[in-house]
Design a protein around this ligand. Structure first.
Ligand SMILES: [Zn+2]
Length: 213
């Protein structure tokens, strides 16, 4: 008969790695690329601003501006912020990234798979307490909650589509964005909404952990 301890040791073979935030996600061995294993969490992004404030905290208890940016709550930043250090983010080696702690797990899960699939990014932006770029009247961008990521903005620029614009991954799309369907699928699998699918404002660099907003 096996003890619980042996069971847990067996369950955590050298093939399983832990990511900051504590979630066991994928497996890895020295000579094999990262692979997905049955331990594969699902994440549900909040829907709408009310749910966002519940899950991600409310960065703007008073909606005040300093210049073009919101004066965000320092208390919110202390309670909900989390600094991912350089080297702690798979597929991104350049800079630390300050994010909402509620998105740490889905983000790192996605990045881990992306790294395993051979992708690597040069520049990622997250926290930025500003209005939405397409239409400021629509309210604060999800970047205000530190729950959206702009990936390699230069190579994946936003644009306003017209009738001739290619839809994602159709012929001609490659001129608009370097991101492949495989990369987008990985983010979507972990609950992120992709700005490249928005109809009025295409934002291929943008992945947000929020829906219906
Ligand atoms: Zn963005």
């Amino acid at each position: 008969m096996r003890s619980g301890r042996e069971n847990s040791v067996e369950a955590v073979t050298d093939l399983i790695i832990r990511i900051p935030g504590g979630t066991v996600v994928t497996t890895k061995s020295k000579d094999a690329p990262i692979q997905e294993k049955p331990v594969n969490p699902t994440f549900q992004a909040p829907y709408g601003r009310e749910e966002m404030n519940k899950m991600l905290g409310d960065p703007l208890p008073e909606q005040k501006f300093i210049g073009k940016k919101y004066a965000y709550s320092k208390k919110w930043a202390r309670n909900y912020g989390r600094l991912l250090k350089k080297g702690e983010i798979p597929a991104y080696r350049h800079r630390p990234l300050w994010v909402n702690k509620a998105v740490v797990d889905p983000f790192l899960c996605a990045m881990l798979l992306l790294e395993g699939a051979g992708f690597e990014y040069k520049k990622i932006g997250c926290f930025n307490p500003r209005p939405k770029r397409y239409n400021a009247a629509l309210g604060p961008s999800v970047h205000t909650w530190a729950a959206a990521f702009d990936i390699d903005a230069k190579e994946n620029p936003s644009f306003i589509p017209n009738l001739d614009s290619p839809t994602p991954f159709s012929p001609g799309w490659k001129q608009r964005s370097k991101l492949t369907e495989e990369e987008v699928n990985i983010f979507e699998k972990y609950g992120f909404e992709w700005g490249g699918r928005w109809s009025k404002f295409r934002d291929p660099m943008h992945f947000q952990f929020a829906r219906g907003y």
